[in-house]
Ligand binder design. Structure first.
Ligand SMILES: [Zn+2]
Ligand SMILES: [Zn+2]
Length: 510
């Protein structure tokens, strides 16, 4: 799909007061990348969104600001998703005095921001923005009307191509309706090309969603072959999406369940056990044309409720499914049982889990913690990486574990450069031993660090003698081996590849 999208330049002046700067993060989900908009005509400008934190973006911003002889006085975030807030740190480094504005600061993202509410007005020379709260795609989502152009910055609620994803269909529909009353001009979307007929696009989105509802109601109004009138969601899918290949039926069911839940909320259908039926008196709906029955590929967001207080996080199902065996199973179960698009992870710590999501989107471990970029202690980092490793163990995400191993080794090398060869604290070792199987490469790595970098005097301490018994046994065994063979060859010491897990069919480097 991404291949067929029109190319957009990195920087485009769209009007006398709006310049679009692309986030440099194109993908299946972000289309040509996240759009960020520099707004105003004077020296001080507003910026909407910051992209995903890709260096190309901040480079473009730097160039534009120089060309325009301008600075960013305020950055306004449409919502908390990583592809919109990811560049805040880079922007702050470039423009230390910039004020960060976000509706419901702290919701979904823990960067520092000043809150603002519905109807807030934000002004610079040449531009006046008015905010409207429009949840559905994300809980904190805002759109902004640009008074001078009667235009709307739509965030991720309406996109330049295709349709948008949402986490709450009822809220999303209500937001689209609100948006259709706010403006008559262009729509500046969070992703994709500018939409000249902005308002008709919003109405088209509403119509598209309504068609889905009408289809569901129409089939629910029929009798099944056995003359009964209650339907399992998969039975509905098989009728509505009859002409689509069977492997698309499962994703289609996820999309249909959104529709059914919204209709349930409106009292039009009800769920009895795992079956759905029209509420008494619900009228029969005429069948729509077959062409109207298009598949939703993009209804893909999953809600995660993390930790004892159920901190909400949203993630694309495909990101989870592709990387974590645990999530793959959870998502399968959730499709089969037609449950909510929600995964509960009460045991996980929200802070750690945020790192994991960050990794899923960026495919890299943040070398510095997201919250406190400065002054991070190496012993603390070992402890932190050990916790993350166990998270990877529970999520059964091999690639994530490999990334953590590499981070441990990198941290160890940093330590060596400072001529300090301290190993991870024995408590971090115990954490790892309590959450990993005997064959774990992380266990081997810790033992190797202690064999090579440990010090006999450590054993005088209480801490050390309280180490995990299995670790002590592994350490003694390893020391015996070294004493006999002196096998700790320099070039083999702490080589990342020695600690990576491979799948059974992995043949090794050719
Ligand atoms: Zn988004
Ligand atoms: Zn987005």
């Amino acid at each position: 799909m991404a291949a067929q999208l029109p190319d957009l330049p990195a920087v485009t002046r769209l009007s006398p007061r709006v310049i679009r700067v692309l986030g440099g993060n194109p993908s299946k989900y972000t289309l040509q990348g996240t759009n960020t908009y520099l707004i105003g005509t004077g020296r001080k400008r507003l910026l909407i969104d910051t992209g995903h934190g890709i260096p190309a973006w901040i480079d473009s911003i730097k160039t534009v600001l120089t060309d325009e002889k301008a600075e960013v006085s305020k950055v306004i975030l449409t919502h908390w998703h990583p592809d919109h807030v990811g560049g805040v740190a880079d922007l702050k480094a470039l423009q230390p005095h910039v004020e960060v504005l976000k509706h419901r600061p702290g919701e979904g993202w823990d960067g520092k921001a000043t809150g603002f509410g519905d109807d807030a007005e934000i002004q610079v020379e040449g531009a006046t923005l008015k905010a409207t709260y429009t949840p559905g795609h994300a809980i904190d989502h805002m759109v902004f009307r640009l008074a001078e152009e009667d235009a709307l910055f739509t965030g991720d609620n309406v996109l330049g191509h295709g349709t948008a994803v949402f986490e709450d269909l009822a809220a999303y529909m209500a937001s689209l309706k609100t948006m259709s009353t706010l403006f008559d001009g262009r729509a500046y979307p969070g992703h994709g090309e500018v939409i000249t007929e902005g308002k008709s696009k919003v109405l088209e989105y509403i119509e598209h969603r309504k068609q889905r509802e009408v289809e569901a109601l129409e089939v629910l109004g029929r009798r099944r072959e056995d003359d009964k009138q209650d339907w399992a969601s998969m039975e509905l899918v098989k009728v509505i999406y009859a002409q689509y290949p069977e492997h698309l039926h499962q994703p289609a069911e996820g999309s249909l369940l959104h529709v059914l839940r919204k209709l349930e909320g409106e009292g039009k259908v009800r769920k009895a056990g795992s079956r759905w039926e029209l509420v008494e008196g619900g009228k029969l709906y005429r069948k729509r044309s077959a062409e109207a029955m298009l598949l939703e590929f993009r209804d893909d967001m999953v809600t995660l409720l993390v930790g004892p207080y159920e901190t909400r996080m949203a993630v694309h199902a495909s990101h989870l499914r592709n990387s974590s065996e645990f999530s793959k199973l959870a998502l399968q179960k959730w499709w089969q049982e037609g449950e909510e698009r929600t995964i509960r992870l009460p045991e996980e710590r929200p802070d750690d889990f945020r790192y994991y999501l960050h990794y899923l989107y960026k495919q890299g471990i943040a070398t510095e913690p997201l919250q406190s970029p400065a002054g991070f202690d190496i012993a603390e980092r070992y402890a932190f990486l050990s916790d993350l490793y166990l998270l990877g163990e529970r999520m059964q995400d091999r690639d994530f574990k490999i990334a953590i191993i590499d981070c441990m080794i990198e941290t160890n090398q940093l330590r060596n450069e400072c001529n300090d060869t301290e190993c991870p604290h024995i408590d971090a070792v115990t954490t790892v031993y309590e959450g990993t199987p005997a064959s774990s490469p992380m266990r081997r790595l810790l033992v190797d660090m202690y064999v090579r970098q440990g010090d006999a005097t450590w054993f005088a301490s209480e801490d050390m003698r309280g180490g995990h018994p299995d670790f002590m046994a592994d350490l003694v065994a390893a020391l015996y081996r070294v004493a006999r063979e002196r096998s700790c060859a320099e070039e083999e010491f702490l080589k990342c590849g020695n600690y990576h897990e491979y799948t059974d069919d992995f043949l090794g480097p050719l």
